[in-house]
Structures are given as C-alpha cells and as structure tokens.
Design a protein around this ligand. Structure first.
Ligand SMILES: [Zn+2]
Ligand SMILES: [Zn+2]
Length: 339
C-alpha cells in the first residue's frame, strides 16, 4: 500500500510499504478518509527532532472501519470513526484513571506518525490502511451526517484545545479567558472556540500573527495584537500555546493572583525559564502535560454532534489525497487531506 513518508528533513514522498493486518481479536483495520496536520507535524518533518530514518506521517484522522477482530463489540465494518492518535489499551490502571496518553502497555509518546519522538514506528494515517490495536478503546464513532473533513483534527488538536479550558471553566463558570498564541497554529484556536462554546465571560486572543488573530476574531474572540512585552490586564484563566520564552512570560504575567495558567506547549529541547517565585507568591496554579485522547473523545464527540463545537471553522486549507506529498510541507494554520 502507499504511505506518505518523511524520508529525510523536508523530503516527503509516497512510499510502498506492506499493508498492516489484524494481529489479535480486539483489533481493527481502518481506511483513513480525512487526515489533518497537527501543530507538531511541521517540526517533525523539518528535522527539529533527530530523525531515526524514514517515518510514516499523519496522526489525526477520521477513518472507515474495514476489518474488525472477533472480540470487538459495538463497532461495525463501514462505520466512520475518529482514531485516537495515542496508542492506549483501555484496560490498564493509567487508562482507567483517564490518563490514556500514558498507557502502561506502551512506552512514552507512543503515537501514530511520530516515530522521531517515540523511536517506534506505529504507522501513519496518510496511508491506505492503518492498524488499531485496541479498537474499543481507541475508536470513537462519528455521528451520521457529519463531514469527515470538518472532523479531521478531532483525534488530537481539537481535544488539546478543549482540555486546555474545559476543566478550568467548569471550576470557574463564566470566567474570562485569555489565549496566548505564540507559535502553535491551531490548538489555541480550538481552545478559544471551546471557551466561547462553554460560556466563558470574555475570550481574548493574544498573538503577533495577523492570520491567527483574524481567524480568532471570526470565531468570536477578541483579537489582541501583541509583541508579548506587557499584558493589558490579568485573567482568571490563561492558556499558554507556543514556543517562545517571551510568550510564556507574557502568559504568566497575564494570570490573575490565584488564577489558572494552563500550558499546552511542548517545550522540547533546552530549558524554558519559569518564574516559580511569581507563581508561588501570587498562588497561580500552573498545569502542563499532554492531552489524553481516548479519554477525551467520549466527552468531546457529543459536543460536536450537537453543533456546539465546530472544528471545521478552524480549517484553512483542504487538499486532495493525491496532493498530500506537496501540500504537507506547505504553511497553513490547519491543513486537511481528504480522500
Ligand atoms: Zn499531534
Ligand atoms: Zn492502557
């Protein structure tokens, strides 16, 4: 079968690879229909993380089930599903606790399409077939009538944006939210969308990126153009989404005393300065860590089915499957490849 592969930094090609097969009665094979590019993908293909040879691309997708193991119940061949980008078993202590991103059965960062991070090739979603080793734990049915292209990023970035604000707004209903976007493309926009959908008082979006600000405004947030020097005011809930020390410092300074600062940033490589003294003195609660995809899907899918969350509004470019090798490396806030 054909698989979109990163052969070397910035070299993306279709390659022929063996088609995966069922390897147990709890597994599924799926055929990806719409694959979205995650905010981390361009860093993977650019070689920011050391490459260990060619690797399969794509980890956010809506797919169709084409084969099911005998032990899988509640799912059907032909059904459309969102596939958790993280491999998780659903049965271990970590999965039972909702920490499906750190399943006991897999080494850390065991995800599709991210071999440079985990060191293990689990396959990618830009392929004709993908193997899902724990079908019931990792697949979430898509309600009939929903467009796979609009849901392309739900496997990962949409969930990441959701969890950045949902628990904090549940603890402080109606609170004002500031999203600080300093390099991540789509996760902060999904966070803004979630905050608006869940009844935040006011949602402000601080960034130095004109395209991101315009899109945030279209979603209903208030755009704050900033150079990340000094925040205008402080907020009870702040989301840090980016890459830079300046952006993180701005997010800290924009958080109210006793407020909540949630980071969705993957500060890989090097040390990021963090003013712990300020956090201590002001009683700022700082949350950091990855989203837990399989655990979040049952919470987020009903919001999408009900039309409360509309992730398709963040998509800025849709291309055909045949054009993926060229388009995958080109800039876009949210790229979706459809079959
Ligand atoms: Zn991702
Ligand atoms: Zn597990």
């Amino acid at each position: 079968m054909r698989q979109l592969t990163c052969a070397a930094p910035n070299r993306i090609t279709w390659q022929d690879v063996p088609e995966p097969r069922l390897d147990g009665d709890g597994e599924a094979l799926v055929r990806p229909l719409a694959v979205a590019r995650c905010d981390i993908d361009l860093f993977l293909t650019s070689g920011l993380f050391p490459m260990r040879g060619p690797f399969a691309l794509g980890h956010e997708c809506v797919a169709e089930i084409v084969e099911l193991g005998d032990a899988v119940t509640g799912l059907e061949i032909g059904q459309r599903v969102v596939v958790s980008f993280q491999l998780s078993c659903g049965g271990c202590g970590s999965c039972a606790a909702g920490h499906t991103g750190n399943c006991d059965q897999y080494p850390v960062l065991s995800d599709y399409g991210m071999q440079p991070l985990s060191g293990t090739e689990y396959g990618g979603m830009l392929a004709d077939v993908a193997r899902v080793p724990h079908a019931q734990a990792m697949l979430a049915p898509v309600a009939p009538g929903l467009d796979p292209v609009a849901l392309g990023s739900v496997s990962d970035n949409v969930l990441d944006g959701y969890r950045a604000v949902a628990p904090h707004l549940a603890a402080q209903p109606g609170a004002d939210v500031l999203i600080v976007c300093h390099g991540l493309k789509s996760v902060p926009l999904y966070a803004a969308q979630t905050a608006l959908a869940l009844g935040a008082g006011r949602v402000d979006y601080a960034s130095d990126d004109a395209e991101a600000l315009a899109l945030a405004e279209r979603l209903g947030a208030r755009a704050l153009r900033t150079d990340f020097e000094k925040p205008e005011r402080r907020y009870p809930i702040v989301v840090d989404a980016g890459l830079t020390p300046n952006g993180l410092r701005y997010a800290v300074r924009a958080t109210e005393p006793e407020g909540t600062l949630q980071s969705v940033s993957f500060y890989a490589g090097g040390d990021m300065p963090m003013p712990l003294g300020r956090l201590y003195t002001l009683g700022i609660r700082f949350f950091v860590g990855r989203a837990h995809a399989a655990a979040l899907l049952p919470e987020v899918m009903p919001l999408i089915a009900a039309g409360k969350l509309r992730p398709g509004e963040v998509t800025t470019r849709v291309v055909e499957w045949e054009d993926a090798a060229t388009a995958w490396g080109e800039p876009a806030i949210k790229l979706v490849v459809r079959r």
